[in-house]
Design a protein around this ligand. Sequence first.
Ligand code: GDP
Ligand code: MG
Length: 601
Amino acid sequence: MNSDQNKIRNFCIIAHIDHGKSTLADRLLELTGTVSKREMREQMLDTMDLERERGITIKLQPVRMEYKDYTLNLIDTPGHVDFAYEVSRSLAAVEGALLLVDASQGVQAQTIGNLYFALEQNLTVIPVVNKIDLPNARVEDAKAELVKLLGCAPEEVLLASGKTGAGVPEIIQAVIARIPPPAGRASAPARALIFDSTYDEFQGVIAYVRMVDGALRRGEQVETIATRAQGIALEVGSFRPQRVTRDSLQTGEIGYIVTGLKDIDEVRVGDTIAPHGSAASGVAPLPGYKEVRPMVYAGIFPKSADLYEKLRECMGKLKLNDAALMFEPERSPALGFGFRCGLLGLLHLEIVSERLRREYDIPVVTTTPSVAYRVTQTDGATSVIKSPSDLPNPTKIAKIEEPWVRVDVVVPEAFLGGVMRLAGEKHGIYKNTEYLSADSAGRRAILHYDMPLAMILVDFYDRLKSASSGYGSFSYEFLDYREADVVRLDIYVAEEIVEALATIVYSDAAADSGRKIASLLKETLSRQMFEVKIQAAVGGKIVASERLSAMRKDVTGYLYGGDVTRKRKLLEKQKKGKKKMMARGRVEIPPEAYLAVLKRK
Ligand code: GDP
Ligand code: MG
């Protein structure tokens, strides 16, 4: 290892959402002189408008800092579970992690979730109690919780404030002293791990890489080992945090490579970039990442049909920058051509549709997400159901399974009862309870449950917050698939099935959901010349129904006086007209009505 490599430290900041990662990153940028006071703005590394508005980090963001004669590469990460894949990829590119805990909040569920990730990657973890400037900071409690969680010595826990800058120099000292330098071999064939990427209209795919072994120079011919795409490193460089070009990327460094490749499918996150000819001469690809598994599926459709082609192109570009997004074409009789998307959760869906609107100027409609069910047919074939219409005929289904997750809830002891009731209601299977600290007043517990993912998607977060006066937090991780008692709920309007409104529901909730959908439709459908039946059915059996009464257009209104016969004749005619329409049986379902159902909460 040469002296330069010895002076590199790669680390990321992990924490529960809002515990101050991006703000601490600001202070690190300032203290290392990476960004001048003049250029500085709050949460500098949240570069997307969407991040700045919402005050949350969505994307990982690397930055290279110089401190004395050290190079410090930091990756800021998101805190929300829906973006855990961003975190796991960041962790694979570094040797250490700062684990922040808000001094007024203590350890929260995602503190624990992220810590597990870091330990799985064998990272050196530096615990930090942050926001010590807060008037309600309980520094000693938070410290005790970290000591218990990590099994470390109390002296190892640093105290800091990303707001005032207190303790930040000590954090840098600890990064240098405790985190080992990168271990790659400078003399080995060059291999760079792609941990993220973006697309530039002119430069093509820009890969964010961790140089694991060897070096890559500007102008060098390169290839991706898994997809065997060939390109040229048109530019290489590092993030400060904007891209700054350099001559080469050396072993252990984090930076970017402008590949010139325009085909976005050729540069995949987790693939290895190496010099041209490496694959042929037997250079092994780097291990890459755990394959990301969609947790939920939802439809994304362009608001106007002529945007479909553009949407297809932009989904591809977005996927490049959002490796957890999956999609395939889908046609809906209601919404036209669009995509069925695999996502990590509801916030993920919201962010994807928002990014499409803002970054690519495509307004989209999203449909109610459902979890990824797995169906085993009587002939033994299994498949993942991405949409209710994929569900085979009930006679062919041997079993349907749903994803289960391991849920960790962190909550003050006083609220245990309420939280346990909630978890029970949500079909949670209780595993065990641990305590974060020993002190009896305000002791906080970690409750572990196994729970169907579908139960969490709906309103678990809000319910947990109200069951714990806002103190509870939760985090979850995919566990396995387990058999589920679910059925397909069909919707009929004027006795005709409306394919696009079918959903998969728990059988004991079918009637309830049916009623909800039927009444939503009743509210949104406009009245017809005839009475319209709105029904929900399971396997042909009606479980809920509503009637939308006929509109009675006053066809006689313009007649003066008492011309009764003529009046009656008109009414007769109207009746016939209704019959005719009934016979045709079609009720135009306007987009608003579909939306009301497809987007219902
Ligand atoms: P992240 O979600 O972990 O990246 O957290 P942010 O850095 O976005 O901070 C979340 C909120 O906490 C923001 O309103 C910050 O201004 C505030 N904050 C962050 N660090 C501190 C701190 O050390 N002290 C105080 N008082 N507030 C802080
Ligand atoms: Mg942040």
